[in-house]
Design a protein around this ligand. Structure first.
Ligand code: FNR
Length: 363
């Protein structure tokens, strides 16, 4: 096996598909409704071409960057995805170790299958905590305080999920809401929720998520934590400007991996408008559809400070546990390094808008 390691993210996806029960693979891989945005998140990267510059000494490539004052060896970080125990019995502990081995940031999901305490004590890493705001505000507030006291460095508030998107594969498969370790002791679970109709996952989300979530709740969140708050799930200039106004420390251009609103724009197409609206006030991150180092390069060229990867890490974890998750991050890093060298960029700062050609561009 070790001689035949996958050579790219797509090969990890194939292995994950073989390794997982169909219901779980569909949960990880699927998107909302027609899955138009799911396909477009990837296809839109394919429509951006590179404009390499030549005869530049690329014998040394420095991919390092800074996010909220933290130094990272590369701009690739781990997106928050729930339920890692579906992929591997060690769950988020394995992912955290993989991220730590790559010296990168892991954003731990609110829906993690390992306890925050367990993840925090498993290894040294810079960690951010992703938050859903529940109808039960006390539950969300308790988790923010727990994350803060355990040394998490930022809160990533997901703003694209006031209600759950319609993921038809999960409905068809009668997918059960994966156990959320951090809710144990805080909330009681109604195990018979399916009897009320819908997939168990949909019903659980309906009963917990607060659809009244609004801009004033960002103020509420600021009042209960001193950590910087990044808003995840913004795809318009209008909302990006508001995010800066309310004091967000960063904006994450995301459509939740196309699991929420189908026909939302592919994130790489929305990135530039957000970057322009934010105008350098705070860092802009992007996630969704990143499968290659060249994708990361394109995102940097269009103004992203960093990119997050979701499913690729999950595939690695499902295929080969901690080693697989680590290998996926390492492969993407090597691919980015190669893309930078072949485009004549020796540092992240040297990757510019002139290095890409989008459909809207005229040279
Ligand atoms: C997610 N995502 C997500 N986002 C979030 O804010 N909280 C969460 O708990 C989850 N859970 C989750 C589970 C699974 C299985 C997936 C695939 C995704 C969305 C995630 O953070 C990110 O936005 C996308 O995964 C990025 O797209 P790619 O990299 O998967 O294409």
């Amino acid at each position: 096996m070790e001689d035949n390691l996958p050579v790219n993210v797509r090969e990890y996806q194939e292995l994950a598909k073989k390794a997982l029960p169909k219901m779980h693979y569909d949960y990880i891989n699927g998107g909302a409704e027609d899955e138009y945005t799911l396909r477009e998140n990837i296809a839109a990267y394919g429509r951006i071409l590179l404009r390499p510059r030549v005869l530049i000494d690329v014998s040394k490539i420095d991919m390092s960057t800074t996010l909220l004052g933290y130094n990272m060896p590369s701009p690739i970080i781990v997106a928050p995805t729930g339920a890692h125990k579906l992929a591997n019995p060690e769950g988020e502990v394995a992912t955290a170790r993989a991220a730590a081995a790559c010296n990168t940031i892991m954003v731990l999901s609110f829906g993690s299958s390992c306890k925050i305490e367990e993840v925090a004590s498993s290894c040294d890493a810079i960690r951010f905590y992703q938050l859903y705001v529940y109808r039960r505000r006390d539950v969300s507030a308790t988790l923010v305080r727990r994350a803060e006291s355990l040394g998490f460095k930022a809160i990533v508030l997901t703003v694209d999920t006031p209600v759950l998107g319609r993921r038809e594969a999960d409905i068809r498969n009668k997918m059960v809401a994966p156990r959320m370790a951090n809710l144990e002791g805080l909330m009681s679970f109604d195990d018979d929720i399916d009897s009320k109709g819908g997939s168990k996952l949909e019903r659980f989300a309906h009963e917990t998520l607060d659809p009244s979530l609004s801009w004033k709740d960002v103020e509420w969140l600021k009042s209960i934590t001193s950590l910087p708050i990044l808003l995840k799930g913004i795809v318009t200039a209008e909302d990006a400007r508001k995010a800066v106004e309310v004091g967000a420390a960063g904006v994450i251009v995301s459509n939740h991996g196309a699991r929420q609103l189908d026909y939302a724009p592919p994130t790489i197409s929305a990135l530039e408008e957000v970057v322009k609206a934010v105008a350098g006030a705070v860092p802009v991150l992007v996630d969704g559809g990143v499968r290659r180092g060249t994708d990361v390069f394109k995102a940097l060229a269009l103004g992203a400070t960093a990119v997050m990867v979701g499913r690729p890490v999950f595939y690695g974890l499902a295929a080969r546990g901690e080693a697989g998750a680590r290998h996926v991050i390492e492969m993407l890093n090597r691919e980015l390094e190669l893309a930078m060298a072949l485009c004549g960029c020796r540092s992240v700062a040297e990757v510019t808008r002139r290095h890409v050609l989008t459909e809207g561009d005229r040279i």
